[in-house]
Design a protein around this ligand. Structure first.
Ligand SMILES: *[C@@H]1O[C@H](CO)[C@@H](O)[C@H](O)[C@H]1NC(C)=O
Ligand SMILES: *[C@@H]1O[C@H](CO)[C@@H](O)[C@H](O)[C@H]1NC(C)=O
Ligand SMILES: *[C@@H]1O[C@H](CO)[C@@H](O)[C@H](O)[C@H]1NC(C)=O
Ligand SMILES: *[C@@H]1O[C@H](CO)[C@@H](O)[C@H](O)[C@H]1NC(C)=O
Ligand SMILES: *[C@@H]1O[C@H](CO)[C@@H](O)[C@H](O)[C@H]1NC(C)=O
Length: 284
């Protein structure tokens, strides 16, 4: 479809010839902040053609151009394969590009570059960082540094590890579903496997066993491995506790209270245990 240039278009051409700059300006750039290996997402680049028109729009990953839209050419979209991800040729159009099948190496800078028409080819570009996360292979693992049943005032040490991720997730401990005193857990240590490049995170929890921590079914320790907005997985274990004989009636059972240790993933009902505990205290 052709049309005779409008009066304003003619004026604009004259202005270009006069050296008055017309602009083409990127108004919005959207790149997902983080994606997991194997996932994909939309890259969005929008512009305002302030008197100018788009001659070409290009997307770069680092120095590699992987997508080009030239509205005056046929076909208008061209895709240049890169080894780090796939581009969806059906759904990508104009400045919107759908990438898929991200590899670990797809993390980095994504840049959109928009150029105006001849003779000036004014260019505007903007870029954003995409972080590619390799999620852990398995749920975190809790290891007791000792053997129960534990006694009151005994120092208990528990480790939590999460394997095979990058970056390593944050590890957070809970005792009976409540946050722990910040002085009880260690700094998180991260070990890198030189072969795979993946990281293992380890954190220790150390505390003195107190009566208020003991519930009907023992002492529950939970470890949560999390990567904000992407990943959340937890494990929990019940530590066995042995109370002196004169404490046992607090829990309404006979003789010494001894609980077996077991790793489990289902959550139980700490509220009920607490209620039973409080009720028996009141009665006593
Ligand atoms: C992603 O990879 C799968 C398997 O290799 C392939 O079938 C699919 O076409 C790829 N996606 C894109 C958009 O290329
Ligand atoms: C617990 O982790 C610490 C490092 O934080 C380590 O020195 C210790 O050997 C670990 N203990 C167990 C039982 O894994
Ligand atoms: C490091 O990763 C390689 C390959 O994934 C694996 O075979 C090896 O057992 C790992 N080493 C350690 C110390 O975990
Ligand atoms: C861990 O948590 C800290 C702050 O709580 C945060 O700055 C950091 O990004 C988190 N790291 C990961 C891998 O989740
Ligand atoms: C149990 O006995 C110990 C001394 O053997 C005492 O200190 C403690 O207060 C007693 N506790 C209860 C709940 O009776």
């Amino acid at each position: 479809m052709t049309s005779t240039p409008s009066f304003t278009a003619v004026i604009l051409r004259l202005l270009i010839i006069q050296g008055v700059s017309l602009a083409i300006r990127i108004t919005r750039l959207e790149v997902p902040a983080s994606l997991a290996v194997g996932e994909g997402g939309w890259l969005v680049c929008e512009w305002a053609d302030e008197g100018d028109h788009v001659y070409s729009l290009k997307w770069y990953f680092g120095i590699y151009e992987f997508y080009r839209w030239t509205p005056l050419e046929t076909p208008s979209v061209r895709i240049f394969p890169v080894p780090y991800f796939d581009v969806d040729p059906q759904q990508s159009h104009r400045g919107r590009v759908l990438i898929h099948n991200l590899t670990e190496a797809a993390g980095g800078n994504y840049r959109c570059e928009v150029s105006g028409e001849a003779p000036v080819f004014k260019t505007s570009s903007d870029s954003a960082l995409l972080i590619v996360v390799d999620l852990p292979d398995e749920q975190p693992r809790i290891i007791e540094d000792g053997v129960g049943p534990y006694r009151l005032q005994q120092l208990i040490t528990v480790n939590c590890t999460s394997h095979g991720a990058r970056p390593a997730p944050n590890l957070t401990f809970y005792i009976n579903d409540e946050s722990v005193d910040p002085t009880w857990d260690s700094r998180e240590l991260v070990f890198v496997n030189e072969t795979s490049g993946l990281e293992t995170a380890v954190k220790s929890l150390q505390f003195l066993l107190r009566l208020t921590m003991v519930q009907l079914d023992g002492l529950q320790v939970k470890c949560v491995a999390s990567i904000p907005e992407m990943y959340w997985l937890s494990s929990e274990t019940t530590l066995s506790v042995e109370l002196p004989h004169n404490y046992s009636h607090l829990f309404g059972s006979q003789g010494s209270v001894s609980y077996s240790s077991s790793q489990k993933t289902a959550t139980h009902t700490p509220l009920l245990s607490t209620l039973v505990f409080l009720a028996s205290r009141l009665l006593w």
